[in-house]
Design a protein around this ligand. Sequence first.
Ligand code: FES
Length: 365
Amino acid sequence: MSTAPAAPLALLAELTHRCPLRCPYCSNPVNLTRVAAELDTATWARVFREAAELGCLQVHLSGGEPTARRDIADLVRAANEAGLYTNLITSGVLTGEAKFQALVEAGLDHVQLSVQDTEPGSADRIGGYRGGHARKLEFARLVHDSGLPLTLNAVVHRQNLDRLPDMIALALDLGAGRLEVAHVQYYGWALANRDALLPTRAQLEAATATVEAARRDLKGRLVIDYVVPDYYAKRPKACMGGWGRQFLAVSPAGRVLPCHAAESLPGFDFPNVREVSLRWAWEESEAFNRFRGTGWMPEPCRGCERAEIDWGGCRCQAFALTGDAAATDPACALSPHHAVLSVAVGEAAEAGEAFTYREPQKVPG
Ligand code: FES
């Protein structure tokens, strides 16, 4: 019998893996989906209706770069007509005035814009896209002028964390209502670049103090979300709010996933919206039920007073660092593998700053 929670809060619709940027911490899988394998407009429209029927309240239209899809306005309209709150997660570099106006007219509710840094040369280097930062600022002005709510998403790491105060100032300058300060999470591309990205403990402590002060000073003007890096944690985060509890993602090729990185896990047969309903995937599929609840947990998670707080942490990180997706997340100080994190921190402190970029040619168009 299924133990599925009543409804996921949100659907992450990964519309495409195509993206003009090459961020070295990209959350897409290392093996990217080809454009010919992407779901078509009608199938996405059905997915949005099924998500709404399942109880989802909002859809995050993401990628890759979601506006790389020529039908992006049709997709926004379809999600809107399904009754979902639509959030566009974008780099902003492909959207000029006419295209943005089409998205607004299609019913877009919210924009989440990523920035790589505040110093243009560094931002363009991190994103691997010359001129990208300037285009992002132009796009942010369009959003502001439209009156749509804007969230700025700043992924932070060793090479930009010292400019966190400038990122907060930029969010205010652009009229964002929310700033997400998200430390890199190390799976996929980010794991390949971990040595170049991991912050020092001093940087982390300074950043945390900056966020706490800004939250106090800017109360009522700017909401700041703060995602801290696991590598300095004593207890793991409740990744995705727990496996199969609050969240589901659909990949460009239609696979239904409990988290955006789940395809990195071996031994799964993820259901596909081409073959099953979203409800069946959520409620009945083995993939969603495997790590749901607490019954799957090994020692020391089993019986831990935090088992229903952190839900065992992150399965993708457990696999990436131990080779076993069912292991206790090494971010937990009680994990027998916890020392791998401090070893990684030590190695990163000795490493240089060169990146292995996500390569766009892996997504033939
Ligand atoms: Fe997959 Fe955390 S990213 S469970």
